[in-house]
Ligand binder design. Structure first.
Ligand code: SER
Length: 317
């Protein structure tokens, strides 16, 4: 990876991936693009940036040529719950972006990272220790677009040699940019509300187990996968990766070690509940561990300690 383009750089993952990549590959070698949501000031100032509508091939093509890009991190997506409100729009954004990235990387013989998700699984998938290779019949438009993206990535690799790789991310917990419209968003909001109000009303019921990961592990996993020796990769699109699995009661108990008076209440959202029920309780990520050495650093306790410290500081400012 010499010249990298991050599309969706203003989002939850992009806003942290850009500085992470700039530190490793050099500020001038990482171009951050945005569309409707403006980039945070620090990202505008610390390296090159461009306004790009990645659903339009020409717009993407122009920036790839201008900056001599050899690798794209494609982080544009409408998440699961938001996608259900406007499936046609979600399909267009998720698929046109992935397709355009693959087409342009075919021309420049480059590499592409596109995250997939736990949302690529569905109600007929084995829910516990969900295998790497298993039934994938998701029932959300987000999940359908993720499965299609995975298949397209492998297709472009096999047919055209595009170095397309990806991860099936679990819910990502972070403290810089809030996620928007996902089913796992509660696991971020709960920290902010625990610190602000000492109380949180959860939109998923107790007993809803989902895989999760702290942002530092999510960033490192993306770079480690893209740097992995291709001869070792049996899979490409996409690898199960996880760091922990919990339900709302378990994360609340972890928070109470720091904020003992924290109260958790429930008001489940039926759409989010149905989505969460169709996703794995916990994935088996041994393919990622065996093929490129994946290993998470953060568990629930170390993540909770860091989240409480960082979010408290942020809320004081
Ligand atoms: N965090 C995503 C969502 O909840 C899952 O990939 O939609």
């Amino acid at each position: 990876m010499k010249n990298i383009l991050v599309i969706g750089a203003a989002g939850q993952i992009g806003s942290e991936l850009v500085p992470y990549l700039r530190k490793i590959y050099g500020d001038n070698h990482v171009v951050a693009t945005y569309n409707h949501t403006p980039l945070p000031q620090e990202l505008m100032e610390s390296g090159p940036s461009a306004k790009v509508n990645a659903t339009e091939g020409n717009s993407l093509n122009e920036v790839v040529r201008k900056h001599n890009i050899d690798t794209i991190f494609n982080l544009v997506a409408v998440l699961s719950a938001k996608g259900e409100a406007n499936p046609a729009n979600s399909w267009k954004i998720n698929m046109d972006t992935t397709f355009n990235c693959l087409e342009i990387m075919k021309e420049v013989k480059g590499a592409l990272f596109t995250p997939s998700s736990i949302g690529a699984f569905g109600p007929t998938t084995p829910l516990d220790h969900t295998p790497q290779d298993t039934i994938m019949r998701p029932t959300t438009i987000y999940g359908i677009s993720k499965v299609a993206g995975e298949l397209l990535g492998d297709y472009y690799y096999l047919k055209y040699g595009v170095d397309a790789r990806g991860l099936r991310y679990p819910g990502i917990i972070s403290n810089v940019t809030l996620p928007g419209g996902g089913t796992t968003d509660y696991a971020v909001e709960i920290y902010y509300e625990a610190i602000k109000q000492k109380k949180y009303t959860c939109n998923l019921p107790a007993g809803t187990f989902l895989d999760m990961m702290y942002m530092p592990d999510a960033l490192r996993s993306a770079v480690e996968l893209m740097e992995a020796d291709p001869s070792k990769l049996i899979h490409r699109n996409c690898f199960n990766v996880t760091a922990m699995s919990f339900d709302p009661e378990i994360i609340a108990a972890a928070i109470r070690k720091y904020i003992p008076e924290f109260v958790l209440e429930y008001n489940p959202d039926p759409i989010k509940k149905a989505i969460a029920d169709s996703w794995p309780n916990s994935m088996d990520d041994s393919a990622a561990r065996n093929e490129w050495g994946w290993k998470p650093e953060y568990d629930l306790d170390s993540m909770t300690r860091d989240m409480i410290e960082k979010v408290s500081l942020k809320l004081k400012k």
